[in-house]
Design a protein around this ligand. Structure first.
Ligand code: FAD
Length: 602
């Protein structure tokens, strides 16, 4: 099993040197408690918890999985419950929750760093508190004062956990088909009836209560997505004093037997006239649920980073030790029977891909987290709107693109181990199995792509895209004469220009035929992702070049940054050529074939 080490040096690089989080926190009155000392101790303690408590449970979770028994009782793998108790006792659950509900009121971006380490150590375990965070945000944004008092307080301590209940057997991507019913009762509550499937953390033994956030339809609701409302449906109804009261009429029908993330319970939940409470206005449920979905999308994007980092750590350790063949240019370890495989260019290609992706993903994720802080806390309306616009653009890119690359890296991680990677002992096959869900749940890659191109970019007449390309342009302009990063600035400037031009072209074609947007979308998403990471790699290169010029004592670290940026530009970024060609090739090559001619068998 690979050892997990929290990547604290790189987290500090991104937070302190690249994105200047200390100044960022100082600039937001609500974030001023996040002083450098506080941040440092949270990162150090979080790393310890992830490395020492969660990482050792990762394999156990995979092997044991969650077990369902009669009456809908679900047992989590050995050690999960005890680790959760430590998490609650350590006060981690309320790190970024508002102080009026018992939280520590620290910035969301700090919770994201904790989430990064937890997710890398044990993704399945991390999903239990991860979903609670989405539930908290949803109740905070749309709940009544009373709902906040009861549910937010209990979710903030971590004594209760949360879930997100959208999916039904016949309704996944298309929530307009949703059938779960909500019948109004004379006391203002609702009776919720229906079946939800694939509900992550839907039932378990780790917390006193589970707060399900459920989409359902009122009796007179219009058809489609405009007739969906949102409800809180707790497993146990709250008692008069806000504690755990009577059992509600819902039960876990089964736990799915699935490819990966075995330690997380994926549940069928049957609501049988369960008592629920409306959150937000009737028939505006999908709008309210977007608070949850956006938070979950950023959370899932983090899984792309997690899969890449875990693959990189495991494969790098192995490549330094595994001896096979001699280097093509002559023995590098003549005292040994063969050279370590890290000398071979092809192994380097794989390791550097994982390094470039995980470090690049970290930069994008922390930039997004900074925008979340600004959108939530900036006193300046224009700054809040700018942050919202950037998040609108970058959320589907982070979710769709980073998870696709996360799966690629998990696959490469296994490849570096050769046949040993296919054997469970090394943890690489678990990483690949765990990673695979990330491109599916929270909206598949195809759906993220349509959201990006259709809703976010074309839907804003290109404004959302421009909110980011303006930043790229400004960076290129200010480094126009910086010889140390010339090799990055020129191609970045050209790509950013091409991004805008291609968007115009696809947008024009889509006006005549909407299928043109659908046909271009996934290549557009991937192209956008590669250009976005190119920007972050250029900024990292610039910081590294400055540090080297200033004579930093960490020459190796900063040289590696520059070298990884160069690798990214020369070996990964050329993928934009294929995506640009494909996305501009039009819809006909996808749609001209008759359905019947997709021949199956003879
Ligand atoms: C392990 C696991 C955990 C999950 N956790 C949760 C959870 O906690 N809560 C929850 O509510 N749900 C959860 N889900 C459900 C998950 O979000 C859905 O499976 C996912 O959104 C896709 O829906 P679907 O499976 O019904 O696929 P479908 O919607 O049937 O899609 C099938 C294929 O068609 C494509 N497609 C569909 N519509 C379009 C379109 N308009 N244009 C282009 N392509 C399209 C999709 O991209 C996909 O490739 C989970 C699923 C799994 C497997």
């Amino acid at each position: 099993m690979p050892e997990y080490k929290a990547p604290l040096r790189d987290i500090r690089f991104v937070r302190d040197e690249l994105l200047n989080f200390p100044e960022h926190y100082k600039s937001l009155p609500a974030c001023q408690d996040a002083t450098p000392d506080v941040v440092q101790s949270i990162l150090d303690e979080g790393a310890k918890f992830a490395e020492e408590v969660l990482a050792p449970l990762n394999r156990v979770g995979d092997e044991e999985g969650c077990t369902w028994s009669e009456g809908g009782v679900v047992k989590t793998p050995t050690g999960f419950k005890e680790a959760y108790k430590q998490y609650v006792e350590g006060g981690w659950a309320g790190l970024a929750s508002p102080t009026e509900y018992g939280g520590q009121g620290l910035p969301e971006s700090l919770a994201l760093s904790l989430g990064e380490m937890i997710g890398q150590a044990n993704w399945s375990w991390g999903m239990y508190p991860g979903l609670s965070n989405g539930a908290k945000r949803t109740i905070f944004a749309h709940g009544s004062d009373e709902q906040k008092k009861i549910y937010l307080t209990n979710l903030t301590t971590g004594n209760w956990t949360g879930t997100m209940c959208l999916t039904e057997p016949h309704c996944g991507t298309d929530l307009g088909l949703l059938r779960t019913k909500a019948e109004p009762q004379s006391d203002g509550s609702y009776k919720i009836s229906g079946t939800k499937i694939f509900i992550s953390s839907g039932e378990h033994d780790m917390a006193d209560n589970i707060v399900h956030i459920v989409l359902a339809r009122l009796p007179d609701a219009p058809a489609g997505t405009k007739g969906i409302s949102l409800f809180i449906v707790p497993k146990f109804l709250p008692s008069a004093d806000g504690g755990v009261g009577k059992r509600n009429a819902l039960a876990c029908g089964s736990v799915e037997n699935k490819m990966g993330i075995h330690g997380n319970s994926t549940c069928v939940l049957n609501f049988d006239g369960a008592t629920g409470f409306l959150i937000g206005p009737a028939n505006r449920g999908l709008h309210c649920m977007f608070t949850f979905m956006n938070s979950a999308r950023i959370g899932t994007a983090m899984q792309g980073l997690a899969s890449s980092e875990v693959a990189f750590q495991g494969a790098t350790r192995y490549a330094r030790e595994r001896l096979q063949m001699r280097s093509l240019s002559g023995a590098k370890a003549p005292d040994k029977p063969a050279d370590p495989i890290i000398v071979h260019p092809d192994v380097r290609r794989m390791l550097l891909t994982m390094k470039a992706v995980s470090e690049g993903a970290r930069m994008l994720m922390y930039f997004c987290a900074q925008q979340v802080d600004i959108a939530l806390h900036s006193p300046d309306e224009a700054s809040r709107m700018q942050a919202e616009s950037l998040l609108a653009l970058l959320t589907p890119i982070a979710k769709g693109f980073l998870t696709e690359l996360g799966v690629e890296c998990a696959n490469l991680g296994m490849q570096v181990f050769g046949g040993h990677g296919y054997i469970a002992e090394w943890g690489m096959e678990q990483n690949l199995r765990d990673a695979r869900i990330s491109t599916l749940y929270e909206g598949t890659t195809g759906i993220q792509a349509i959201d990006l191109l259709g809703r976010k970019v074309l839907g804003s007449q290109g404004q959302a895209l421009m909110s980011f390309t303006k930043i790229v342009h400004k960076f290129c302009k200010s480094n126009e004469t910086n010889a140390a990063v010339k090799e990055f600035i020129e191609p970045l400037g050209q790509l950013s220009k091409e991004w805008g031009e291609m968007t115009m072209k696809v947008g024009m074609a889509a006006i005549k035929n909407p299928d043109e947007a659908g046909a271009a979308a996934t290549d557009y998403l991937m192209y956008s992702g590669y250009v976005t990471l190119a920007y972050f790699w250029a900024t990292a290169a610039q910081v590294a070049a400055d540090r080297l010029a200033a004579g930093s004592t960490e020459q190796g670290f900063y040289k590696a940054k520059l070298q990884t940026a160069r690798f990214y530009y020369q070996r990964i970024l050329p993928r934009t050529r294929a995506h640009a060609a494909a996305l501009q090739s039009g819809a006909a090559n996808l749609l001209e074939m008759n359905e019947a001619d997709f021949l199956i068998g003879a």
